[in-house]
Structure formats: C-alpha cells, structure tokens
Design a protein around this ligand. Structure first.
Ligand code: PRP
Length: 215
C-alpha cells in the first residue's frame, strides 16, 4: 500500500489556492471538489489525506505529528513559532502585517499606547524592536473597531486589499512584514516518510524560490 501523507490545510482562502497548486503540480485533487461539510478527505489512490482545520490549529496538528504537512499563513507561524520546520514559501495568500489607526493617531507621541490585535506576539515583538513599551489588548477579530471606539490607540492586523481599513476610516501608519502561505512539516515525518521530500520538491518546482516583493 502507498505511503500516505496527511496534510493539514487552513480552511478558507489559502485552501483554494493550495488545491490549485497541487493540481498544477500534477496531483489529482478532484476528490475535494464537492466538500460539503466534510473535514477529512482521503484521495482515492491512498496517497493523501487532507484535514481542514482552523488556521492556528494547523501548527498543532503538525507539531503533534498527526499531520505530516501543514499549509498556513506566515501570520499564524509568527504567532505560533515552534514545533515544526518551515520548508517552503508558497508565494500566495500575500498580505502584510501593519500598524493602523484613525486619522488623528500620533505614532510619535510619548504616551504608552494600547494596541489591539489578534496577534499579541507579533505586536509585542514589533514594538519591543522599536524600544517602545505598549499595552497589548488581545481580541479575536473585527479588530478595526478598537481604535474607533477607544478600546485602543492603534491596531496590529493583516492588510490584504486595504478595503477593510478604508471602510472603517482607518489608515496604515507602519508596515511590519510581508505575509504569505507557507508549507511546514513535522520533523519526524521528514525523516521517516520517503515520499515527503519528493512531494515538497515537486511543489517547489511550481512555486519556485523567487523572493516576492513586499506588498
Ligand atoms: C482579516 C484582517 C482584516 C481583513 C483585511 O480579517 O483582520 O480585517 O482580513 O483584509 P483587506 O485588507 O483585504 O480588507 P479576517 O477576514 O481574517 O477576519 P477577522 O475579523 O476574523 O480577523
């Protein structure tokens, strides 16, 4: 029986682009076309099992070795940085981390700022690097509301098209870093599963290792 690779895939935007990438690399992923509410998919040839999970859980499945491979945004990896190997920049799912706020925000004033974010580690490290002591307020989403209603002075969040910021009257004050989808692996699986490295090399041939400029 063929060795099976288990791949934890973030539900949503990256999921579609991942399936396109696998298709381009010559893998038949048509068995995932009609997903319904299913969360586990086995390929008919027995070579792949896909798990559809929430983004932060991709690293958990890979860390525990129940998934050999994970595909998830760099934003999630920056917030959950250990217990796996990052192997490949897939060069899609491009966005960036930025500091944003309302028009009256003054990034250079000397008061201790409150920063609302879904990414407390990223936010703390960013302001630490700048030597700025800030209060981090963790929230789970719709972060844009925070500076408008006075929960925070600014936010650290993902910006893709920028339309969420514009729609809420916010603007970018600083870009922190580029984000893209990444392929991670379980360390033991890399050693023990003979099909894993060839699988990664095959995908690498499609995405290349070119540096995509900061967006
Ligand atoms: C992310 C991010 C912004 C939005 C940015 O939210 O937190 O709200 O996307 O995209 P844009 O620049 O193209 O407008 P997400 O959809 O992940 O939902 P969330 O509110 O749960 O964070």
């Amino acid at each position: 029986m063929a060795e099976r690779l288990t791949i934890a895939l973030m539900k949503g935007r990256i999921e579609q682009e991942t399936l396109q990438l696998l298709g381009k690399a010559g893998f038949d992923v048509t068995f995932m076309a009609d997903k319904g509410r299913h969360l586990i998919f086995d390929s008919p040839d027995g070579r792949f099992r896909f798990l559809l999970v929430k983004a932060p859980d991709v690293t958990t499945y890979v860390r525990h070795g129940v998934a050999d491979v994970g595909i998830v945004g760099k934003d999630v990896l920056m917030e959950h940085p250990s217990g796996y190997l990052e192997m490949l920049d897939l060069n899609f799912g491009l966005c960036k981390f930025s500091v944003a706020s309302t028009k009256d925000y003054n990034p250079t004033d000397h008061k201790r700022k409150r920063i609302a974010t879904k990414y407390p580690t990223v936010a703390r490290e960013h302001f630490n690097r700048k030597g700025e002591d800030v209060e981090i307020i963790s929230i789970q989403g719709s972060v844009e509301i925070a500076p408008i209603i006075g929960l925070a002075d600014a936010i650290v969040d993902i910006v893709e098209t920028g339309s969420t910021l514009v729609a809420n009257g916010l603007e970018v004050y600083e870009d922190i870093c580029r984000i893209s989808a990444r392929l991670i692996v379980n360390k033991a699986a890399l050693k023990n599963k003979s099909t894993l490295l060839p699988f990664i090399r095959q995908l690498e041939g499609i995405v290349g290792n070119r540096e995509v400029p900061f967006v």
